[in-house]
Write a protein that binds this ligand. Structure first.
Ligand SMILES: [Zn+2]
Length: 174
């Protein structure tokens, strides 16, 4: 079981270092940085569909693990769990606006938590039967990035807690 994450890491490093050489960037840090930037193309149906390799070129390994492999960052480890700035949280994969800072609240969980998305069609709910319970997974409606889960123990007015991963979000400050 221990070999899988190691292989994944090695594969990522190999892909990233090749890309870095093409960019002729001399910085070691750049090996873990995405090589393609800017929002991806949206198809005629309004969706973003990229191959695994294309996502790897656009995301850091942590962002890839969370959004494309339904990973969960460690509590209190992300960059937004205690973020207080005003702005809009976009999907890290396709830049679709997902949550407004006005609906963010302190949940005490160590993950950025919101009581409502910016629009009901910004996110999609998916039944998640992993971890021996049924939870409701939340994905981006445009690129199907895994964002987190929604629970019904949130504050008023909705009573919902959208428990998100920082790695799936990009805050555009106002
Ligand atoms: Zn997206």
């Amino acid at each position: 079981m221990k070999t899988t994450p190691l292989l994944f890491l090695l594969t990522s490093l190999t892909i990233c270092s090749c890309a870095t050489e093409q960019n002729t960037s001399g910085e070691t840090q750049a090996a873990m940085e995405p090589t393609v930037s800017g929002p991806p193309a949206v198809d005629e149906d309004g969706f973003v569909q990229l191959s695994e390799d294309e996502w790897r070129q656009r995301l850091t390994p942590e962002q890839f693990k969370v959004t494309r492999q339904a990973g969960t960052e460690r509590a209190f480890s992300g960059i937004y769990w205690d973020e207080l700035a005003t702005g809009t949280y976009e999907c890290v994969g396709c830049a679709l606006p997902l949550f407004d800072s006005a609906t963010k609240y302190k949940s005490g969980t160590g993950w950025p938590s919101f009581w409502q998305p910016v629009a009901s069609n910004a996110v999609k709910e998916v039944d998640d039967s992993s971890l021996f319970t049924t939870r409701t997974e939340i994905v981006c409606s445009r690129c199907e990035a895994h964002l987190g889960h929604v629970f019904d123990d949130g504050p008023r007015p909705t009573g919902l807690r959208y428990c998100m991963n920082s790695a799936a979000l990009n805050l555009i400050e106002k």
